[in-house]
Design a protein around this ligand. Structure first.
Ligand SMILES: Cc1cc2nc3c(=O)[nH]c(=O)nc-3n(C[C@H](O)[C@H](O)[C@H](O)COP(=O)(O)OP(=O)(O)OC[C@H]3O[C@@H](n4cnc5c(N)ncnc54)[C@H](O)[C@@H]3O)c2cc1C
Length: 401
């Protein structure tokens, strides 16, 4: 069946896709607007999955991003349970799992990422936490009364650890680096995070990557790179993500660890755009692409792509990267991007009190800031990062704060 749609089709009804739909209407686009998503109840507050929704004693469902009234008022046709299976760029059709071929004049790819699987020697994929369905499985881990071993010391692993501890679950966290999240926030902040988790009863096994996981009658044997084996009863993995580009393979849309776009969200195919976690933005350095997997970025970039299509423009989305994480009631905000080899300078407050600003940079270059408590500082450092201010300028701003 072919659905005639000489308008815009957005694939993915989450932060980026729904923001693109809003941006289109805000920008004055009045034509047909269809949003497809393979999930049956798409469009929910994903960041809350690893925070309050996992920590809650009673089962709570994630908050929807848009109400039915919102979608109806903007004439946005949301097709839930419709996965895109392929794209025909010559005939301008997207093919769904229902066998439909839906026409488009502009197409926005907003299919995000999937959790990178960790597969046991027996071929079983370990639980991860990316979707509403994953939350239900993760909550079962929390109610089973058994200790849980987490693989991965990134945002997901740490937030899940905090949420499970709030439920009284015994947690061991296996982390490939010497300190969790150190590459993102630097050693000093990572040390503080580590101490926070230790104080809440999390056990750590640091500095040795997991090489394989084998099922046993009691659960799993987890083999580490240093030759040790750890037994575990329940396991959840948070070891990164993979862009959801499978359906675009061979379509002619340029892929390179995501969908390659310019700063305005345009791909190499006229009329095909991408936004959110899946968009790999081409940088001035030859052969280099960047993807940001942060909520605010997905919302803002999605909206900009929608506005661009509606207005026939190609305005670049150039925001300072921002991500937050919540653990044990503490929120850590990260602006910009810390780079390997950066020095980390506490410029306000103190790490001991959990109320601080740490600047990341090298030479006289300011690369990022990590803020805890002092939310007003976010404005200052976002402004400085946007203006590409020097590290000295930022130190000066801190001194006069
Ligand atoms: C547990 C968790 C906690 C997080 N916490 C934070 C946080 O604290 N702060 C922060 O900044 N970021 C956080 N993030 C990241 C943030 O959620 C993402 O950056 C954001 O969801 C990206 O939005 P998106 O629309 O690009 O992609 P996604 O949210 O991944 O949505 C993609 C959508 O596309 C659909 N889809 C995929 N393939 C297809 C297909 N072939 N056909 C149709 N539909 C398809 C999916 O079903 C999904 O609905 C968290 C992520 C997770 C998983």
């Amino acid at each position: 069946m072919t659905r005639v749609n000489d308008g815009v089709v957005i694939v993915g009804a989450s932060a980026a896709g729904l923001s693109a739909a809003d941006g289109l209407r805000e920008g004055g686009y009045t034509g047909p607007l269809t949003v497809l998503d393979e999930e049956f109840e798409p469009g929910y507050d994903r960041p809350m999955l690893s925070k309050s929704l996992l920590a809650a004693k009673e089962h709570v469902t994630p908050a929807p991003l848009r109400s039915e009234e919102h979608l109806a008022a903007r004439n946005i046709d949301l097709l839930a349970g419709h996965g895109a299976m392929g794209l025909d760029i010559d005939r301008r059709l997207v093919v769904t799992n229902w066998g439909e071929a839906i026409g488009w004049r502009h197409l926005v790819v907003a299919t995000g990422v999937t959790a990178r699987p960790v597969v046991t020697a027996g071929g079983t994929a370990l639980p991860t936490l990316r979707t509403r369905a994953d939350l239900a499985a993760a909550r079962r881990l929390a109610t089973g009364g058994r200790p849980v071993t987490l693989i991965g010391g990134g945002f997901i692993g740490l937030e899940v650890a905090a949420a499970l501890r709030a439920r009284g679950v015994e947690v061991t966290l296996l982390c490939a680096t010497e300190l969790p999240l150190a590459p993102v926030v630097g050693d000093e902040v990572a040390r503080r995070l580590h101490a926070l988790h230790l104080a809440h009863g999390v056990s750590f096994d640091l500095g040795s990557p997991v090489t394989s996981v084998v099922e046993t009658p009691h659960g799993y044997d987890i083999h580490l790179a240093d030759g040790r084996t750890r037994a575990a009863t329940s396991v959840l993995a948070g070891v990164g993500t993979e862009p959801a580009t499978e359906w675009l393979t061979g379509s002619g849309v340029e892929l390179d660890q995501g969908v390659v776009t310019d700063a305005a969200g345009r791909t190499n195919v006229e009329g095909v755009w991408a936004a959110g976690d899946i968009a790999a933005h081409r940088t001035p350095l030859p052969g280099r692409h960047r993807r940001f997997e942060h909520w605010t970025h997905a919302v803002e970039q999605g909206r900009q792509v929608g506005l661009n299509i509606a207005r026939g423009e190609a305005v670049a989305h150039e925001a300072v990267p921002y991500v937050w994480t919540e653990q044990y009631g503490t929120t850590l905000h990260m602006l910009g991007e810390r780079r390997a080899g950066d020095t980390d300078t506490v410029v306000e407050g103190s790490l001991d009190t959990g109320d601080f600003v740490v600047l990341h940079g090298s030479g006289d270059e300011l690369h990022g800031a990590t803020v805890c408590g002092r939310v007003r500082a976010l404005r200052t450092y976002r402004k400085l990062l946007r203006a590409r201010a020097s590290l000295n300028d930022a130190l000066g701003a801190a001194a006069s704060a």
